[in-house]
Design a protein around this ligand. Sequence first.
Ligand SMILES: *[C@@H]1O[C@H](CO)[C@@H](O)[C@H](O)[C@H]1NC(C)=O
Ligand SMILES: *[C@@H]1O[C@H](CO)[C@@H](O)[C@H](O)[C@H]1NC(C)=O
Ligand SMILES: *[C@@H]1O[C@H](CO)[C@@H](O)[C@H](O)[C@H]1NC(C)=O
Ligand SMILES: *[C@@H]1O[C@H](CO)[C@@H](O)[C@H](O)[C@H]1NC(C)=O
Ligand SMILES: *[C@@H]1O[C@H](CO)[C@@H](O)[C@H](O)[C@H]1NC(C)=O
Length: 429
Amino acid sequence: MSLDINTKLLLVFSLFCFNVVFAGESGARRADLGMEGFEQHGRGLGLSHYKGRSSHLFNVKSFGARADGLTDDSKAFRAAWKKACQAAGEVDLVIPKGTYLLGPVKFAGPCTNVSKITVRVKGYLKATTNLSKYGYSAGWVEFKWVEGLILTGGGTFDGQGAKAWPYNRCPTNFNCKLLPTNVKFVGTNRTVVRSITSVNSKFFHMALVECKNFKGTKIKISAPADSPNTDGIHIERSSSVHFSRSLIGTGDDCISIGQGNSEVTITSISCGPGHGISVGSLGRYRKEGDVSGLVVRDCTITGTTNGIRIKTWANSPDRSAATNMTFENIHMNNVTNPIIIDQAYCPFASCTPMGTSQVKLSDIYFKKIKGTSSSAVAVTLECSKGIPCQDIYLEDVHLDLASGEKQATSTCKNVRAKYIGTQIPPPCA
Ligand SMILES: *[C@@H]1O[C@H](CO)[C@@H](O)[C@H](O)[C@H]1NC(C)=O
Ligand SMILES: *[C@@H]1O[C@H](CO)[C@@H](O)[C@H](O)[C@H]1NC(C)=O
Ligand SMILES: *[C@@H]1O[C@H](CO)[C@@H](O)[C@H](O)[C@H]1NC(C)=O
Ligand SMILES: *[C@@H]1O[C@H](CO)[C@@H](O)[C@H](O)[C@H]1NC(C)=O
Ligand SMILES: *[C@@H]1O[C@H](CO)[C@@H](O)[C@H](O)[C@H]1NC(C)=O
């Protein structure tokens, strides 16, 4: 099993530190580069769809973006954001068609007088491959403390990860330097991400940290199956999050739901290749938040190592809980571990496997999980010895072996699951 999840926790931990530093750093709004751009007003530009509402349009090209794919356009992006964020009412920031080379860019709020800010990416954004340009654990394109953001336009964020992946030490070294996430959202409220593509991120493709009311739809994410830590979407300490109608194929989890999340809904996602849809890993650090109110529905998972996975550390330092989670109508195509609860996660030499996970798992429903398993064990429920799982339901599960040979099997530890309806493989004895 890979060490992918550790890096996730490390990311979150370092973000936390970063926030503390950032809070005291008044000069951090790096948009303040003294660059003057030209503000264009929406009125008179034939933008009839604004229906007369006062609207302000800022085009990165008016701020000096070259879009030649060779010149670093970061300064122009920062300058355009600065003006957009200082405007009032409904604001548009437009990145027209063209290829833009970009270093790290932070789109930080608060944008005091802005009610809605639409960032329309029509162009193709290419990340700088020079790794020394990126800060520790920073995103490539980062939205921070923004309210009412809409990120849309059909454009692409290309992390140009292939040149960076050989420098990723995270799969083997716990104290690794984190490579940049393609698009990161930190502390945003009322965010919509629609019709955006992310390819070949150096690290995670999208990450949400402390976001509220987030909707993502029609998102395409792709990276090679063997690219390290290229998770599609990672969600942490966020609430009221809904991702739908998206295609995700990477070298790691399609979607991972970390600690401190509530009311997260994932629907109509096509996942694969990758490591599937994961809750966790949970229970690595002190004072982790609980996870509750997760729904994963109407998804197709193809050729991944896991389908639905819940993973917690074997020796968690504090108690926490993950409860009220429903996985329903999931189709598995040739998935190695279609349903897996693993509460004995303990990958490092420094981790004492003697401990028992203190993450309490309860009220978990697996309903209508169908399709094929590429390994003999299609259902693995390995719960904590110290705090056994409670109220785990399997209803209408039908998982055959992809090879078409003998019947798949189930294994269970420290759990008495409740079975309803069809059960293939047969329940644990
Ligand atoms: C917001 O609008 C108010 C009233 O017009 C103004 O005084 C203030 O400077 C504006 N804030 C910013 C950040 O532009
Ligand atoms: C990479 O970026 C650093 C920091 O900006 C710079 O000093 C260095 O010259 C760059 N390397 C190349 C090969 O462009
Ligand atoms: C988001 O909402 C919370 C309250 O729910 C508030 O404390 C926070 O300041 C808001 N963030 C932004 C960027 O407006
Ligand atoms: C369980 O989660 C669902 C979906 O988020 C929510 O609607 C429901 O109220 C939750 N139930 C309890 C008992 O919290
Ligand atoms: C199923 O997945 C295994 C690897 O997990 C692969 O070797 C095999 O070719 C796949 N079968 C099909 C039919 O795709």
